[in-house]
Design a binder for this molecule. Sequence first.
Ligand SMILES: *[C@@H]1O[C@H](CO)[C@@H](O)[C@H](O)[C@H]1NC(C)=O
Ligand SMILES: *[C@@H]1O[C@H](CO)[C@@H](O)[C@H](O)[C@H]1NC(C)=O
Ligand SMILES: *[C@@H]1O[C@H](CO)[C@@H](O)[C@H](O)[C@H]1NC(C)=O
Ligand SMILES: *[C@@H]1O[C@H](CO)[C@@H](O)[C@H](O)[C@H]1NC(C)=O
Length: 309
Amino acid sequence: MSSLMQIFGLLLICFYSHVSAVTFQEFPPQIVKESSEVQIQCSHDDSTKTQMLWFQQKKDSLVLTLIGFVYVQGSPTYEGEMEKQFKLTKEGTTKGTLIIRRAKLSDSAVYFCAAKNTVNQANPAYFGQGTKLTVLGKDDKITPPTVKVLEPSEKECRNKVEKEKRKKTLLCVISRFYPDHVNVTWKINNEEMSKGVATDNMPAQPNDGEFYKITSRLKVDANKWFDPENEFKCIASFFNGTGTTYHENGTRGIEAPKTGQNITTEAYLKRSQTAKLSYGVLIIKGCVYGAFVMFLVWKLPGSSGKRNN
Ligand SMILES: *[C@@H]1O[C@H](CO)[C@@H](O)[C@H](O)[C@H]1NC(C)=O
Ligand SMILES: *[C@@H]1O[C@H](CO)[C@@H](O)[C@H](O)[C@H]1NC(C)=O
Ligand SMILES: *[C@@H]1O[C@H](CO)[C@@H](O)[C@H](O)[C@H]1NC(C)=O
Ligand SMILES: *[C@@H]1O[C@H](CO)[C@@H](O)[C@H](O)[C@H]1NC(C)=O
């Protein structure tokens, strides 16, 4: 049931954002302290759409919850208990404000306003881009991210099908930031990449910690990676409540291995000394550890004895 509603909510957003003939003004996200009053604005360019509706989409949810609506003239109509927390005002035909009286942590959400022509009730509502609101608790500190680029795994070539062999993947880990207002971009030699970039849909809070983390991958042709002239950069832009700050890390390509497609153990070890945290090392370590555990299980008299019983 709830997943059905979620899908419906998603379709609603997708559908209306594509057919939208109404242009909404975009407002920056807001980061506010608990208990403060918040004003979220809405403004569009279609004076025939006199009804303004407000929706709330909570974090990690695709459901849009109606808060209420207001016409040019007349008082607002609220859904259920919404009036306790929210107040809707309208300034003229195409401008309105959603007021949160005393922001609670649970009010952190994206707020959408929508505009509708009510001459015919079957007319669709047109949605704005939404304004993201983060309510900070007493102990929440705005913390910009730490960015770290991990070089391609040396093993990457071997497990993939032939066609994928000529690709290399760089990993960017953006971590220890709060709240979750970040965008990630990749640059090669200061030119922004759009192809080959895959970023997590949403920042996660690992171990229910206070900080967020997000990862992004850049897939490039191996010959791009095997060129020390090339500089690969991952840039996180972070909204800190008043402005955007930029945080980057990067790495240079490496010499192509002399043995052609293969990377010798010697070359691999040499490289791993300079990049101890490299993704590849972690994978190898995992494999070695796995092999060691398997060896123990196989070798220990206790375990084989059990099996015999
Ligand atoms: C992230 O990208 C969106 C869409 O382009 C933009 O509106 C927003 O300001 C960006 N946020 C940051 C922190 O760069
Ligand atoms: C937020 O970012 C702006 C730059 O966009 C900077 O001037 C300001 O000092 C930053 N605020 C904090 C609290 O880091
Ligand atoms: C990336 O970060 C590492 C350490 O985290 C640092 O040694 C390296 O110089 C950084 N590289 C760039 C290009 O910022
Ligand atoms: C690459 O490795 C394969 C097996 O892993 C080996 O048969 C082949 O000879 C190697 N080629 C070179 C150029 O080292």
